[in-house]
Design a protein around this ligand. Structure first.
Ligand SMILES: C[S@@+](CC[C@H](N)C(=O)[O-])C[C@H]1O[C@@H](n2cnc3c(N)ncnc32)[C@H](O)[C@@H]1O
Length: 280
């Protein structure tokens, strides 16, 4: 298990997000469900039931991605490398459309190849959660047991059965080599305007992710550009779409977080040569 991760928001569900298990609470859940955004509903289920690492406000950014991709008519599949038990993956699935596939890639039981012990995938637990908590997504989801280091940008499309990906999480092995490898795969699969979430960017317990990212940017990047740092993740899109994505993100935040955006917790920072919004 990946240890030493200490941010409160990543460990305990806020009281308002906890599920009761008596019948009355269930009735309340059902009543709420019709009013609750599908992303918030997925977080509630995933937060309390699925072990893993997800910031409590990631759904807010996924709402931005959904709006962006709907407005710009961007289509593609959903992919995560490094799924563990599926905590983030089920949120990403909640952002998928009926005709999109959701691909979960992990070593799963092949843990001797988990060289830096980042998480510990389990296909059995993942499948159990999928069936019990997210049955609506079963037909869209494919779980693939694979070492991402055995994939190349040239073979990934065929091995994973995807044509283009519009939303992808990179959260597998955390060594410099894994991050560079997985980012290179990501840049080849991403459709124009697609979004990548790189986990543990600037995270103090996994400095190799940050080192791997900057090495990737210097040596191998040909088309990705970051636009947001939020809850332990770096968000990237394709180079040509980065300025518009950043502008649209700012408008979304002005609209949805009108007080917080001026509270000092948000600012513009620079990552590589790119202006990004950052939240702390
Ligand atoms: C930090 S966990 C992922 C957490 C997950 N995204 C979540 O939402 O909770 C890292 C995962 O990467 C997997 N992993 C490690 N090295 C890998 C590799 N070379 N290829 C594929 N998966 C790998 C581990 O089995 C583990 O499940």
């Amino acid at each position: 298990m990946r240890g030493n991760r200490t941010m409160g928001a990543f460990i305990e569900a806020p009281v308002g997000l906890q599920f009761g298990c008596d019948k009355g609470a269930h009735m309340q859940m059902v009543a709420e469900a019709s009013e609750v955004d599908v992303l918030d509903a997925a977080l509630r289920r995933s937060w309390s039931e699925v072990q893993g690492w997800v910031g409590d406000r990631i759904p807010h950014i996924l709402k931005f991605v959904r709006e962006l991709h709907d407005t710009r008519k961007i289509e593609g599949d959903i992919l995560e490398i490094g799924v563990h038990h599926g905590k983030l993956f089920f949120l990403l699935s909640a952002a998928s459309r009926d005709n999109e596939r959701c691909i979960a890639v992990d070593l799963f039981e092949d843990q001797q190849k988990n060289l830096d012990r980042s998480g510990k995938g389990s296909l059995a637990i993942f499948n159990q959660h999928l069936q019990e908590l997210f049955p609506d997504y079963i037909s869209r989801v494919t779980a693939i047991s694979a070492d991402s280091m055995s994939l190349t940008p040239a073979t990934a499309r065929e091995r994973l059965g995807v044509t283009g990906v519009r939303l992808m999480s990179v959260d597998g092995g955390h060594t410099v080599a894994h991050v560079m490898n997985d980012m290179e795969i990501a840049q080849e699969l991403l459709v124009p305007g697609g979004i990548i979430l790189l986990d543990d960017f600037l995270g103090v317990h996994w400095p190799t992710v940050t080192e791997g990212f900057y090495r990737y940017m210097q040596i191998a990047n040909r088309r990705l550009a970051p636009f947001l740092i939020f809850q332990n993740k770096l968000f990237l899109t394709t180079f040509s779409e980065q300025p518009e994505t950043l502008t649209r993100l700012r408008s979304f935040l002005d609209r949805t977080l009108p007080n917080e955006i001026h509270s000092g917790r948000w600012r513009y920072a620079t990552v590589g040569d790119h202006s990004v919004l950052s939240f702390a």
